[in-house]
Design a protein around this ligand. Structure first.
Ligand code: SF4
Length: 253
C-alpha cells in the first residue's frame, strides 16, 4: 500500500474495503475488538494521541495488547509542561515509542516574525494559520503511508463531534478515520481509567477537560461544555482543523 488516498488493500492484498464495509465491520465492535480486527486485516495503522483521557485509554489498549500500531503525537512547541511530562511518563509506563512530529521551523519562524509570538489572539485567521503550521501540516506528514487513522474522538466531547461516525473518510487529509471510542460516555471512560490505573494529565483535576496548547486552553467554568476552554475568546466551533466533520462513504481502503 502506498500513500492512503481512496483505495488500499487488506494485508494479503486480496480484499479492498470500502468505508461502508469498514463501518459495517467496526460499528458494533467494542474498541478492543475493533483494534484487533483492524490489526488482523490491514497494514499501516496509525493512532494519533494528544495525550487526552481518551487517547490515554487507546494507548493503554494498544500497548497492553502489544498491537503493532504506530502511535504518534504532535508537539506544537506550545504545550503545557504537564503534557510533556505525561508524554514521558506514558512512554516509560507502557514501554511504547510515541513518535513526535514537530512543525517546520522555518514556517514557525516566519509566522512569529510576521504575526508575533502570540499572534493567534489577534484574529481567527491568524489562529487558524498557527494551527495549520503547528498541527495540520505535521499531521499530514505523520499520516503519510497510513491506511487507517485511529483517533480518540468521542461524540460526547462536543456538539460538532456528534455528527461523526465510527468510520469515515477525511477528504482534506485523504485518509480513512476510525474513532473506536466514539460512543463512550464520560462515565465509561473515567471508570476505565480508574480500573486500569491509566496515567492522565494532572491538569484534568484543575478543571481542564480538553487540553491543547497552553496559551489557547483555559480551565472550564462550572456547567460549561468540555471544549469551551479551547480558543475561548472565539465564538467559532472549537476545532483546530485536525478533525473535520464531513463524512463521505464512496472511498475504500
Ligand atoms: Fe497555535 Fe493556539 Fe493552535 Fe496551538 S492551539 S497551534 S498555539 S493557535
Amino acid at each position: 500500500m502506498g500513500k492512503s488516498t481512496s483505495a488500499c488493500f487488506s494485508k494479503d492484498r486480496l480484499i479492498m474495503y470500502t468505508v461502508e464495509e469498514l463501518l459495517h465491520e467496526l460499528n458494533q465492535k467494542s474498541a478492543q475488538e475493533g483494534l484487533h480486527w483492524l490489526n488482523n486485516h490491514l497494514d499501516q495503522l496509525a493512532f494519533s494521541t494528544a495525550l487526552g483521557e481518551e487517547d490515554q485509554v487507546l494507548t493503554h489498549m494498544i500497548a497492553k495488547a502489544q498491537l503493532p500500531i504506530r502511535i504518534f503525537t504532535l508537539d506544537t512547541g506550545r504545550l503545557f509542561a504537564e503534557s510533556y511530562d505525561l508524554l514521558d511518563l506514558t512512554q516509560k509506563h507502557y514501554q511504547v515509542n510515541i513518535e513526535v512530529y514537530f512543525p517546520l521551523a522555518n514556517e514557525v519562524e516566519k509566522y512569529v516574525q510576521e504575526s508575533g509570538i502570540n499572534g493567534f489572539y489577534d484574529s481567527v485567521e491568524k489562529r487558524k494559520t498557527c494551527c495549520h503550521i503547528r498541527k495540520v501540516e505535521p499531521l499530514k506528514r505523520a499520516l503519510q503511508n497510513t491506511s487507517v487513522w485511529i483517533t480518540g474522538l468521542r461524540s460526547a466531547q462536543s456538539e460538532n463531534r456528534q455528527a461523526m461516525q465510527k468510520v469515515s473518510f477525511d477528504p482534506s487529509l485523504q485518509v480513512i478515520k476510525y474513532n473506536p471510542l466514539l460512543d463512550w460516555t464520560d462515565e465509561e471512560m473515567r471508570a476505565y481509567i480508574d480500573t486500569h490505573k491509566i496515567p492522565v494529565n494532572p491538569l484534568h483535576k484543575k478543571g481542564f477537560l480538553s487540553i491543547g496548547c497552553a496559551p489557547c486552553t483555559r480551565a472550564l467554568l462550572p456547567g460549561e461544555p468540555s471544549r469551551a476552554g479551547r480558543w475561548w475568546w472565539e465564538g467559532t466551533a472549537k476545532e483546530c482543523g485536525l478533525h473535520e466533520t464531513k463524512v463521505l462513504h464512496k472511498n475504500t481502503v
